[in-house]
Ligand binder design. Structure first.
Ligand SMILES: Nc1ncnc2c1ncn2[C@@H]1O[C@H](COP(=O)(O)OP(=O)(O)OP(=O)(O)O)[C@@H](O)[C@H]1O
Ligand SMILES: CCCC(=O)O
Length: 356
C-alpha cells in the first residue's frame, strides 16, 4: 500500500515542505521568511511555533487532511557527529536539537517540527542525513591548533542527493566518482566527494569557507580575537556577526542574492563589489577542494537556490571550467531525499537508526 509523507525542511531563510505519496510529490511549497519576520526571535529554536503555524496553515489552505499521513520526515540538525542514514526522532535527539549540541541551525527545527506533528497524529517521525554527517578524511580534521579540530557541518542531504542524481544520470556509481559540489543557499558549502565519501568540506557554519547570504565564512582570526576581547560585544553578538548577520546581510543588510544582482545590473557599485567578492571566494574554494582531490575531478556540481542565477552561474563556470566540466542542479533535491529516507524505513528496506 502506498505511503503518505509530510516532509519539512527548514532553511535559514525559508521552510520548504512537501507531501509525497511514496516517491511521487503531490505538492511542494517554499514558505519564505523575511528578515523582518525572523529578527524578532532571539534563537532559531524560538521560531518553532511560528514555523509550525505557517506549515499547518498552508496545509489547511490546500485542503490537505493531515490525518491521512503515515509519517513526518524533517531535515536533521546539529546533533553529535553521526554516520549518514535515517534516524527515528527520539527524546534524546529532541533534547540535543533543542540545545543544538553542535550549535544553532535552522535544521534543528526539522526533527522538532516532525516529532511535534507526528506525535499529534500518533505516526512516526524521522530525520535523514543530518548536517553533522561526518565522513572527513583524518588528514582534513587537523586545523593547526590541537584544541580546535576541523569538523563536518554542511548541506549533507542535498550534496549527497545531487551526487547520487548525477551518478544515476551518467550511468556511474557515486562510489566511483570524484566530485566537487558547491551548495549555495543561505550558507555556502563546498565539498570534496571522493568515491562516495565527503572527505573534506568547509564547516559551513562557524566561520569557514566562502561568505554567503547570511554568513561571514572564513575571517581574519587575529582581528576576530581582538573583537571578542574588545568588551564591546557579547559572545552571542560576535557569533551573529559570523552566522546570521555576516556575508550579504553584513555588507548590504539583505540576504537576497538575486535582489543584489538585480541592483548591480541597475548600476549599484556596492552591490557589484560584494557580488564580485562572492564569486571570487567560491572560485577559490572550488580550487581548494579540487586540490584536495589531487586535481582528479570528474565533475564540478553547482546547486542550491543561488544556482538559479543566470548571472553568477555563467561567471562561475567561466572561472572554473578549466578544472573539470560543470553541471548545474539549481535548487535542491532535499525534499525527495528526505522522502526516500523515510520510505526506506516504512517499507522495511532499512531499519531506522537510533540516536544515542
Ligand atoms: N534566480 C536567482 N538568482 C540569484 N539568486 C537567487 C535566485 N533565486 C534564489 N536566489 C537566492 O538564493 C538564496 C536562498 O537560497 P535557498 O533557498 O537555497 O536558501 P535556504 O534554503 O534558506 O538556505 P540553505 O540552502 O543554506 O539551507 C537567496 O539569497 C536568494 O536571493
Ligand atoms: C550546516 C550546513 C547547512 C547550512 O549552511 O545551512
Amino acid at each position: 500500500m502506498s505511503k503518505l509523507l509530510l516532509i519539512i525542511n527548514p532553511g535559514s531563510t525559508s521552510t520548504k515542505i512537501g507531501v509525497f505519496e511514496d516517491e511521487k510529490e503531490l505538492f511542494e511549497e517554499t514558505l519564505r521568511h523575511t528578515n523582518e519576520e525572523l529578527k524578532k526571535y532571539d534563537k532559531i529554536v524560538d521560531q518553532f511555533q511560528f514555523r509550525k503555524d505557517v506549515i499547518l496553515k498552508v496545509l489547511k489552505e490546500k485542503n490537505f487532511d493531515i490525518k491521512n499521513l503515515d509519517a513526518v520526515v524533517g531535515r536533521g540538525g546539529m546533533l553529535k557527529p553521526v554516520e549518514g542514514g535515517t534516524y527515528a526522532v527520539n527524546d534524546e535527539m529532541i533534547k540535543d536539537l533543542r540545545i543544538g549540541v553542535q550549535g544553532p541551525h535552522a535544521s534543528n527545527l526539522g526533527g522538532i517540527l516532525a516529532k511535534a506533528i507526528g506525535d499529534e497524529l500518533s505516526i512516526p517521525s524521522f530525520i535523514v542525513d543530518p548536517v553533522v554527517t561526518d565522513e572527513l578524511a583524518d588528514v582534513a580534521r587537523l586545523s593547526g591548533t590541537p584544541e580546535l579540530p576541523r569538523v563536518s557541518k554542511f548541506h549533507a542531504l542535498n550534496q549527497k542527493a545531487v551526487a547520487k542524481r548525477f551518478a544515476k544520470e551518467t550511468g556511474k556509481k557515486y562510489e566511483d566518482l570524484n566530485l566537487v559540489i558547491v551548495h549555495m543557499g543561505g550558507g555556502v558549502s563546498v565539498g570534496a566527494h571522493k568515491n562516495g565519501k565527503v572527505v573534506d568540506v568547509n564547516n559551513t557554519l562557524d566561520g569557514d569557507g566562502p561568505f554567503s547570504p547570511e554568513r561571514a565564512g572564513s575571517v581574519p582570526v587575529g582581528a576576530l580575537i581582538k573583537m571578542c576581547f574588545s568588551g564591546k560585544y557579547s559572545e552571542q553578538e560576535v557569533y551573529s556577526k559570523i552566522v546570521g548577520k555576516g556575508g550579504f546581510v553584513g555588507y548590504l543588510n539583505t540576504n537576497d542574492v538575486k535582489g543584489t544582482i538585480d541592483k548591480m545590473k541597475e548600476g549599484d557599485k556596492e552591490c557589484e563589489k560584494i557580488y564580485k567578492a562572492f564569486l571570487y571566494q567560491i572560485t577559490k574554494a572550488i580550487g581548494e577542494m579540487s586540490a584536495a582531490l589531487n586535481g582528479k575531478v570528474d565533475q564540478i556540481i553547482l546547486t542550491g537556490g543561488i544556482a538559479y542565477s543566470d548571472t553568477l552561474i555563467p561567471d562561475l563556470i567561466s572561472n572554473v571550467s578549466w578544472i573539470a566540466p560543470v553541471k548545474v542542479y539549481p535548487g535542491e533535491d532535499e525534499l525527495l531525499a528526505l522522502a526516500q529516507g523515510g520510505l526506506r524505513v516504512l517499507n522495511g528496506e532499512e531499519k531506522a537508526k537510533e540516536y544515542k
